[in-house]
Design a protein around this ligand. Structure first.
Ligand SMILES: O=C(O)CCC(=O)C(=O)O
Ligand SMILES: [Fe+2]
Length: 187
């Protein structure tokens, strides 16, 4: 909603303006505006909304949201069931290997040429995830294709579905972030 996003290229067609965001998200936008009080360089004049539905066991493949398509702050509201979102940072830029097993931990990968830092974050229902700075520009995020997540030896069962509302601001100029090896505008 707002502006069309291609699932294949993870990019936007700025000519495909789908209209204003629907009025039912205005309360969410009000809550998002409270983030301005925090010390973020956030431009939170958000104009693009993607709604994702994840049936039980379905995840999200690893990616960094396209730098050239969206500004520096990305907000994702989790609804219905919980999930664990995993993050990896590869110093070289690209994604190199398949995700390892899931848990709430820090990971340093090695072997088969991979060298990454990993983190896993629990996203309860009704929580808002803010990706900004290095987390937005340099870390891949993904949701493993699992029905059950293990966090510090506790088993967290996913609900029968999760729905997320991801709010972004479409970028009009090339990205000039501090992370050129991850940046499609600077390669
Ligand atoms: O489901 C989410 O919370 C995140 C979705 C996401 O990363 C994306 O659409 O790029
Ligand atoms: Fe994403």
């Amino acid at each position: 909603m707002g502006i069309e996003l291609s699932a294949e290229t993870r990019s936007v067609n700025t000519k495909q303006h789908l209209g204003e965001l629907p009025s039912f998200v205005s309360l969410i936008m009000e809550r998002v505006s409270l983030f301005k009080k925090l010390d973020y360089d956030a431009n939170i004049d958000l104009d693009q909304l993607t709604v994702n539905e994840y049936p039980l066991g379905v995840g999200l493949s690893p990616h960094i949201d396209t730098h050239s398509a969206f500004e520096g702050s990305i907000f994702s509201l989790s609804l219905a069931g919980p999930c664990i979102m995993e993050f990896r940072k590869y110093p070289e830029g690209g994604w190199l290997s398949k995700p390892a097993s899931n848990s709430d931990r820090e990971v340093e990968g090695s072997g088969s040429g991979s060298n990454f830092l990993g983190k896993a974050i629990y996203l309860p229902p009704r929580s808002m995830l803010l990706l900004s700075g290095e987390a937005r520009y340099a870390w891949h995020h993904y949701i493993p294709h699992h029905k059950v997540d293990v966090v510090k030896d506790s088993v967290i069962r996913r609900g029968s579905r999760r729905v997320s509302f991801t709010f972004r601001k479409v970028r009009k100029e090339p990205c000039q972030c501090r992370f050129p090896q991850y940046c499609d505008s600077q390669r």
